[in-house]
Design a protein around this ligand. Sequence first.
Ligand code: FAD
Length: 196
Amino acid sequence: MANFDVLIVGGGAAGLYTALCLSELAPNWTIGLVTKDNLTVSASDWAQGGIAAVVDKEDSPVFHAKDTLVAGVGLCEPKAVDVLVHGAAKQIHKLLGLGVDFDRQQDGSLALTLEAAHSRKRVLHSADTTGRALVSKLAAGVLQKSNIQVLAETLVLDLCIELNRCTGVYYLDQHLQLGCLRSVVVVLATGVGLLP
Ligand SMILES: Cc1cc2nc3c(=O)[nH]c(=O)nc-3n(C[C@H](O)[C@H](O)[C@H](O)COP(=O)(O)OP(=O)(O)OC[C@H]3O[C@@H](n4cnc5c(N)ncnc54)[C@H](O)[C@@H]3O)c2cc1C
């Protein structure tokens, strides 16, 4: 019997946002979110400059894709870039709906800055603490959801693999107890960190 329908490893922007979106999509699913830290500690919390998205009517996903592929010098996965440049604006509007406070111009429109590698102004920001503005709202949203259980200070050590399927994770908790969490689906959102 699984502990969760979905288990997300990682409490940065990716993990928190995945948990929130799944919670909305499937209110009956039980969702676990495991992080080795707590919800206020992640690289996402440190991000400063902002988030690139095509929200200006003079801009286009074609320009955004071109800039991204040039900056990526051959390392980008083109399909992933396509998803990013076409989907970012919709997600920005969703973040605004969640209360993320992006800076605005005097006329109320979103303030966009020009950052390295971008040919257009397309970076949304919240002063120079964009990550914190984002993570604080996402974390507050996650903590309000009754179908999301947060397991903080829990280090995932390895994946449970049975018959070539991932069925959960092995962990070490804050009391140095080893354990296993079972889940139908496991999502890895551990940033650039690798499992130990
Ligand atoms: C100083 C700084 C400034 C930045 N500025 C920008 C910027 O302006 N714009 C931009 O787009 N990007 C910026 N970035 C990059 C951006 O922060 C990352 O790309 C983004 O935050 C990645 O989000 P994430 O959720 O994938 O990973 P993270 O935020 O790194 O979250 C990973 C999560 O996984 C957890 N975790 C990892 N391993 C385990 C494990 N074994 N067990 C349990 N939990 C685990 C961590 O505790 C954490 O909660 C910046 C990064 C830094 C450090």
